[in-house]
Design a protein around this ligand. Structure first.
Ligand SMILES: [Ca+2]
Ligand SMILES: [Ca+2]
Length: 242
């Protein structure tokens, strides 16, 4: 499944629009239950959540790729207060003009869990990869994040719990003013093989280079499909072959 090329709000609509009409360029979920496996959401635009906006409900995402979407908040995804469990998600080259180049946790009770996550080259003035308001919680396990922004990868007043991950920002700062906890985090570039923000999403290779610090650095109780300890990143862990 591919979701691409949508622009919100619809430029032919005029007047004062409900906020939801400008949220989730590729997919907007207001409530309910979503179990989503596979697919690519790329090249969409909205004010909140260029690729995806999740207001509430219960959401399970697995092996979903989100690339080159654009928004004010949450280039890839704007997260309200759903119960979100995202595994093997890959987000790259998304842009937010305000906050959260990849993910923006918008509410005091936003609480999102990402396991085996790839983040690369997302951009925003604040929180190039992930940003969250005071009280929000982003939990990352087995993440591989690589950025080139002058700003922190993870920023603003949210709480970031990061475990068994490899993260680095060529522009320097990784964590901004948010509260950070966690364990077994390597502050070093995960060395994806080839990722370019060139408006082509099919030429990007997130295979880890041989010297990647993300190799065997994922959740210690998990194994990769080759039987070795799980790697960090979206190709890691027992569900990593995709
Ligand atoms: Ca590319
Ligand atoms: Ca491994």
């Amino acid at each position: 499944m591919e979701i691409t090329g949508n622009i919100l709000p619809d430029p032919t609509e005029t007047g004062v629009l409900p906020a939801v009409q400008a949220a989730g360029g590729g997919l907007c979920m207001v409530d309910g239950t979503l179990e989503w496996t596979g697919g690519t959401v790329w090249g969409n635009t909205a004010q909140l959540g260029g690729g995806i906006a999740l207001y509430a409900g219960t959401v399970t995402m697995d092996q979903v790729a989100i690339a080159a979407n654009t928004a004010s908040y949450g280039g890839a995804m704007w997260i309200g207060s759903p119960t979100l469990d995202a595994s093997q998600v890959r987000s790259w080259c998304n842009t937010a003009t305000s906050e959260g180049g990849s993910f923006y946790l918008a509410l005091w009770n936003s609480d999102a869990l990402f396991t085996y996550l790839d983040l690369a080259l997302n951009s925003s003035p604040v929180g190039a990869e992930v940003s969250g308001v005071d009280g929000s919680l982003a939990s990352l396990e087995g993440a591989a994040a690589s950025g080139n922004s002058a700003n922190a990868l993870f920023d603003t007043a949210g709480v970031f719990r990061v475990d068994t991950s490899a993260v680095a920002n060529a522009g320097g700062e990784v964590f901004g003013s948010g509260t950070v906890s966690g364990s077994s985090v390597v502050l070093s570039d995960p060395l994806f093989s080839s990722v370019t923000c060139n408006d082509v999403v099919t030429d990007d290779d997130f295979t880890l280079q041989a010297t990647s610090p993300a190799i065997d650095a994922g959740p210690s109780a998990d194994l990769d499909v080759d039987g070795s300890r799980a790697d960090a990143g979206a190709n890691g862990g027992p569900g990593g072959a995709w």
